[in-house]
Ligand binder design. Structure first.
Ligand SMILES: NC(=O)c1ccc[n+]([C@@H]2O[C@H](COP(=O)([O-])OP(=O)(O)OC[C@H]3O[C@@H](n4cnc5c(N)ncnc54)[C@H](O)[C@@H]3O)[C@@H](O)[C@H]2O)c1
Length: 361
């Protein structure tokens, strides 16, 4: 078993990563608690979960449409019905959606109760379960008056007490979902870990075949990168914003129903768009964008949008990004061999070109 420390003073915690560790680790949770479980994961748990006295269980259908306040209210209600108080825990077992919604419910129930994250998708293991960001989507209007989801626009920072990642859970994961997590691993590697980039390039087939040893190493290395960044900048005052590499583009693409993109797929295209911006601005060496494109394609991730939508539609969505300050769009852009920087003066022509390089009109 591997252990990744997240060092945040009195809010420090550990992420335990292993293969086949879930039964024992869930069995250790004997205090009063509400288990919030992804409804696709529930049947996979079998005897790994036992709900004892003073504990409750609620399943949740994981979809972005369901990542909203009514789902949080359902969890509060279930916790009240189970008689849980401020000292009780919430255990969120599932992908990033259950983790974010469950986390927000934990952050707000009786002004905050202890949270244990049990991520069951690769994306949640290497990203969503670490760092304490919790939240829900809100409704937003498009230029044509139709409603779309405003991604993660309401939420709270609420660090878990513990994160338990059992890579065996990844074996039941749909390949499309596994790939989504790989987009975040590539993002972490692009932020400054050349060794991880090479590891993913070399082990792409073993990863996609769910080799447990390789997955454990991948999760450990990738989670360690996020843990280090979060430990240095818990509230995204500076460095943590770098973890949004590719995400400003992705958050504009993900809600467009015409594109049919999952979060990680949008991130994959967003990484290419961000790298293209850097190339246009001379911030990366020749061949960098091609290397990233080739790696994402090797992993079976999209590197272009399949429907042609106007670049302007994405730009108007990007203007609502939470990183923006004083009306100025701030983009995280790759820089050098492996690294990134936050840039607030990228001109609209460069952004438009980058969007066109990934299929916008
Ligand atoms: N809080 C953060 O820091 C953070 C970071 C990145 C992403 N996110 C959020 O995470 C969400 C995406 O998370 P996700 O990619 O894990 O998606 P998800 O939670 O939607 O899960 C993907 C699908 O896999 C199913 N599933 C989960 N575990 C499974 C398993 N072991 N076997 C089979 N099926 C399983 C789910 O039911 C769902 O259908 C987005 O809402 C995103 O905004 C949050």
């Amino acid at each position: 078993m591997n252990c990744v420390p997240i060092s945040l003073g009195d809010r420090s915690y550990e992420m335990q990563i292993g293969s086949g560790i879930l039964k024992e680790m869930l069995g250790d949770i004997t205090d009063r608690a509400m288990f919030v479980v992804d409804d696709k994961v529930m049947p996979l748990l079998g005897d790994k979960i036992t709900v004892g006295s003073g504990q409750g269980l609620l399943t949740m259908f994981a979809s972005e449409m369901n990542k909203t306040m009514p789902s949080v209210e359902k969890i509060w209600d279930a916790m009240l019905d189970a008689g849980l108080d401020r000292s009780s825990s919430l255990v969120a077992i599932g992908g990033g959606i259950v983790g974010d919604v469950g986390g927000f419910a934990a952050a707000t129930y009786m002004r905050g109760v202890p949270l244990i994250q049990v991520p069951t998708t690769l994306l949640a293991m290497v990203d969503a379960s670490i760092g304490g960001k919790t939240g829900v989507n809100t409704k937003r209007s498009r230029n044509d008056g139709t409603a779309i989801l405003g991604k993660n626009l309401a939420g709270a920072f609420w660090q878990p007490k513990k994160v338990i990642a059992d890579v065996q859970m990844l074996q039941s994961l749909d390949t499309r979902q596994l790939r989504c997590g790989l987009a975040e691993c590539v993002k972490h590697a692009m932020l400054g870990n050349a060794e991880l980039l090479t590891f993913i390039e070399t082990n792409a087939s073993a990863i996609l075949a769910c080799d447990l040893e390789v997955l454990e190493r991948l999760v450990f290395q990738s989670a360690s990168i996020k843990a280090k960044v979060v430990s240095r900048d818990e509230r995204e005052g500076g460095e943590r914003a770098l973890l949004n590499l590719g995400h400003t583009f992705a958050h504009a693409m993900e809600p467009m129903p015409e594109l049919g993109l999952l979060h990680g797929e949008a991130v994959s295209i967003g990484l290419v768009a961000a790298a293209s911006c850097s190339e246009a601005l001379g911030m990366v060496s020749d061949g960098f964008v091609d290397r990233i494109r080739a790696l994402l394609a090797k992993l079976g991730l999209p590197i272009r949008m399949q429907a042609e939508l106007p670049a302007l539609d994405f730009i108007s969505m990007m203007q609502f990004d939470k990183k923006n300050q004083d009306g100025q769009m701030r983009l995280v852009l790759p820089e050098g061999e492996c690294g990134a920087t936050i840039s607030s003066n990228v001109d609209l022509a460069t952004i438009t070109l980058a969007l066109r390089s990934v299929g916008a009109s």
